[in-house]
Design a protein around this ligand. Structure first.
Ligand code: SF4
Ligand code: SF4
Length: 412
């Protein structure tokens, strides 16, 4: 089982833990409460990624650390833990959107969506939040899970610098002759409303009369930096900078395809892979990707095919397309404990419930993850695993209380 109730609960039984348990798996016995080991929740494979204020991280690399995870009310403090070994299932998800149905209402559908899929490795009984507000611990084909994305501030200096970087990366010019005193100079031609609206973000805008013949030319923005921004991805930047970078790149190179969606085409496959992973930090959900078949152009053959990525800003959901048992027998499982919220976001913006909800509620600190149970209370592993046998549990608890002279004071 994942959590164990230990000695401090004996004869206290105030039941603060019972109400918060999302799967009602804490049960009352004569002198103690016991957690049903089959029902108490486990979570994800070690390699699954979650969205933190420092970008995407795997559960494994965050083990036993505090972080801030993305929830539907912003970033919240969390603690990542390893749980017992369990068999896992692979859950395949496809992006879904709300559409009008023929009866004048709305429904969630995957229609018109590419074959884009996201897979999650989780325990079969993991607790999921559904798009209709319900919860389930047996996620099945056809159910919908909400997507959540960050909404970083877009009026900070960090955001402004990110936009300049994104504009240069997408459509700027860099020339190796123009490195002055270690400073790289980049130029962005400001054509069209989408790029032009960032004119005031530049510290310097030159005007080239020769370019004025092009309709919509609003000047040439100059960006100085200590590195070549045409090549550099802001991999370790914070969410505001990444939001600026993506907004700048989309303004320079993206095509709005539908209300609330962008398409970005590029031969820089590594940059698109990175963007697919981090888009959720900037308020976008990657919902489609692919590669163009032809690499012929009017100028010859391209060395790399063009790939494209669709980013949605509108409300997105994930439809469960399949749930299949994984071949490997069992694996360590991990989860993030998010006090007071019990929800967090996986890579791609997949929103999920989680647990550990009972632990902070106990006024006498009687609840522990099994692998964090203090040695002096090891006897409670046997007592908890005796569930659901009342005779055995009551006998074991009486014996323990006698032998250890337990006299817990009632809570005032
Ligand atoms: S960890 Fe969650 S599921 Fe398990 S007993 Fe506590 S509240 Fe219930
Ligand atoms: S909150 Fe703690 S003391 Fe109260 S019933 Fe639950 S485990 Fe026992």
């Amino acid at each position: 089982m994942t959590y164990i109730i230990a000695e401090p609960c004996i004869d206290i039984k105030d039941k603060s833990c019972v109400d918060v348990c999302p799967v009602d798996c804490i049960h009352e016995f004569e002198r103690i409460l016991i957690i049903d080991p089959e029902e108490c929740i486990d979570c994800f494979a070690p390699s699954e990624q979650l969205v933190t204020s420092h970008g995407l991280r795997t559960f494994e690399e965050l083990e036993n650390t505090s972080c801030r995870v993305l929830t539907d009310s912003g970033f919240r403090p969390a603690f990542v833990k390893r749980f017992r070994r369990r068999p896992l299932v692979e859950i395949e998800l496809a992006p879904a959107f709300e559409e009008r149905d023929r009866y004048g209402g709305t429904r969630l559908t995957t229609r018109n969506v590419s074959r884009f899929r996201r897979t999650i490795s989780a325990t079969p009984t993991h607790r999921w939040l559904l798009s209709d507000g319900q919860q389930t611990d047996s996620l099945g084909v056809g159910q919908f899970v909400p997507a959540v994305k960050a909404q970083p501030s877009r009026d900070s200096e960090t955001y402004r610098l990110g936009v300049l970087h994104g504009l240069v990366f997408g459509d700027g010019a860099w020339n190796k002759q123009e490195i002055r005193s270690g400073e790289h100079l980049h130029y962005v031609q400001l054509y069209g409303e989408r790029v032009g609206k960032f004119r005031d973000f530049f510290d310097q805008v030159n005007f080239s009369p020769s370019l004025d013949v092009h309709p919509g030319y609003a000047g040439t923005g100059v960006v100085r930096s200590c590195a070549n921004l045409k090549k550099l991805l802001p991999e370790t930047a914070d969410p505001e900078y990444i939001a600026g970078f993506i907004d700048g790149w989309l303004a320079a190179d993206g095509d709005p395809v539908k209300a609330g969606s962008w398409r970005l085409r590029s031969t820089d496959h590594e940059a698109l892979d990175w963007l697919e992973r981090v888009a959720v930090l900037a308020g976008y959900v990657a919902v489609g990707s692919g590669e163009e078949g032809s690499i012929e152009t009017n100028f010859g053959v391209r060395s790399r095919p063009i790939r494209w990525l669709y980013l949605a800003t509108r409300e997105t959901h994930w439809r469960v397309m399949s749930v299949n048992a994984e071949e490997a027998d069992e694996a360590d499982t991990f989860c993030a404990v998010v006090p007071g919220k019990h929800e967090f976001t996986l890579a791609g913006g997949v929103y999920t419930s989680n647990c550990g909800a009972c632990e902070p509620e106990c006024p006498v600190e009687a609840i522990f993850p099994e692998d964090a149970l203090p040695d002096k209370w090891n006897a409670f592993v046997e007592i908890n695993y005796a569930f659901p046998d009342p005779a055995k549990i009551n006998t074991l608890v009486d014996k323990y209380a006698d032998e250890n002279d337990v006299h817990n004071e009632p809570i005032a």
